[in-house]
Each structure stands twice: as C-alpha cells, then as structure tokens.
Design a protein around this ligand. Sequence first.
Ligand code: SF4
Length: 343
Amino acid sequence: MKNLECQFGSNAQGKMVSALKRLGFDKVFDTNTGADFTIMEEASEFIERIKNGGTLPMATSCCPAWVKFLEMNYPEIIPNLSTCKSPHQMFGAIIKSYYAEKMGIDPSKIYVVSVMPCVAKKYERTREGMQSTGYDDVDAVITTRELARMIKSAHIEFVELEDEEFDNPMGEATGAGAIFGVTGGVMEAALRTASELIDGKTLEKLEFEEVRGKKGIKKATLNIAGKEVRVAVVSGLSNAREIAEEIRDGKADFDFVEVMACPGGCILGGGQPIKSSKTKMSVDIWKKRSDSIYDIDEKSTLRKSHENPYLKMAYEEYLGKPGEHRAHELLHTTYSKKEKYNI
Ligand code: SF4
C-alpha cells in the first residue's frame, strides 16, 4: 500500500511497523495480541466470578485513568475491578518472560517501548505490580502523536513506506483484539470468548450491536451461552462516576461493565493525532477510526481471542490455565486506595 494518503481512519499498521524498524527497533509486535491475552484472562475471570459467587458487577481494568479515578474516588468498590493488567502491560510481561525464554534472550537486555493512544499509560507502567518478571513489564511509553513527531524528525517519508509485517512469534492478533480501542470493543471481544468458553459452542453471530456506538452509557441484557447477562458500556469520566455510584450504592442493574475514561474510547485518547488546521472541522474522527477498526475485525481470519494460535501456544507451553499460577502472577495486578491530589 504505497502512497497512501494518511487520513484519519486509514489503517497505517504496516507503515508503522516499517517506520519503527527504521527508527531502530529490533522487533515490532502488535499490542492487539496483548489485547487477546487480556480478553482471555478477563473473560475467564468473569466466568469464574459468576460460577463461584465472586464480586459483581465486574468492571474492566484496561483503562488506567478509570482505575486511578476509582482508587481515588470510590475505593470501596475496588473489589469490583477485574484484576487483569491492560494489554500492553500483559504483553510486556510476556515478552520479558515467555518470549525471552523461548528465544534465549536475557530479559535484562530487552527494552520494551509501548506505542499508545494514551497519556495515562505513561503513569500506568510505573504502578506497583507492573514488574512481575523482576523487571519493569514496559520500559517506556510513547504516544502515537509523539511517534508521528519522531518519524518526522527522522525525515522518514511515512506515506512512501512499504508495509511490513509484525515480528513472530506473537505477531498475529485477532479481530477481537483490534476492536479493543473503541468503546464497547472490550465488552464485545470478552463476550465472544466468554460465550464459547462457557458452552463450547461456536457463536453464530459475532457482532454484539447492542454495545456498539458512541453513546456514553449503553446497557443491554444479552443471551450468553443460554444465560442472561446484563452488561453496561461506559465512556467519559462523568459517565464513569454515575456508574461507580450505582455500584457503590448497590443500584447497579448489570453484571459486567466496560469503562473507558475517554469519550468514545481509546481511538479518541489524549495521545492520539489531533485535527490540524488543514482538516475540515466537519470530519468525524471517531466515526472514521471506529469504522476502520470494525473493518479490520470483519476482514480478520480469526475474530475470537481464544482462537489466536500464539495465545494457545503460550498457555500450553508456559502460562498454564488463564487466571492460574504463572498466568496470574504475570498478567494480573492489585489495587489500593489512592489519595486525591491537592490542587
Ligand atoms: S480510554 Fe483514554 S485514558 Fe483510558 S486507556 Fe484509552 S486512551 Fe487511555
């Protein structure tokens, strides 16, 4: 795909791999593979909480801004948070343990840089518990906007680059991993996996339209493997506050809630490229990016995280079962009450 005119919503994945190699990275992996690990762990945790009477509703924990907001403002509902690390933190831990061992690399010689849509991920990597291999899971976080500046400073003609593939092993992600960045995407991906893990039957329809769309609070009751599951999807911190108060006050009418601090999800994250003066004000960036993400999912050969062959390999060869032993040590974390800032 040469001479791609880089517009909002363009899939520039192959060019990003190519640019990162030119900037000096030895290996480039897809964070969506990390998202597949998160879904595997999160869906298993949700099933386990339902079966064993764990704390419900369970809230997603992949947005560090939401996690810290909850720790500062609603510490009494910390048990509702999933203990799963976010995708890039999980992936960093996998790289410095399983991957390092498999490739015969000393993990102390690996420097992991996450390219994220998010400024809160810079703080997240420094949190206690994000060093489960004995090293920082992730050594540095740069935003996509910072990466764009680095590419320009290095005089790389981004639009002229040939596409390159992610490195292997671990180079393939599923469509479920791809939709993680849009509000409702984490929930949809988790439901696909939870449903098949519960009854072992292949889902006939993978799209959960009820959780799609930009609305700040979406609620639905879905039939998952013959069971009624009440879900909520929330984006934007004022909506998150509303939902947190419902949970705190025992008024939550849902079993599983996805929360993203940025309205519309990570595709409008604070670290993302923003409109320049040349961009028409009428361009709906959220729509373009979300259309692109759902298109990637639709065209993916594999669309369910638990079908990712690299995940299967990692669990078989190294991690064990989701949520247990090594998987738990490396891919989960803990939370605690945090003081509010004095401004
Ligand atoms: S929703 Fe925003 S703050 Fe949360 S992880 Fe995504 S980009 Fe970061």
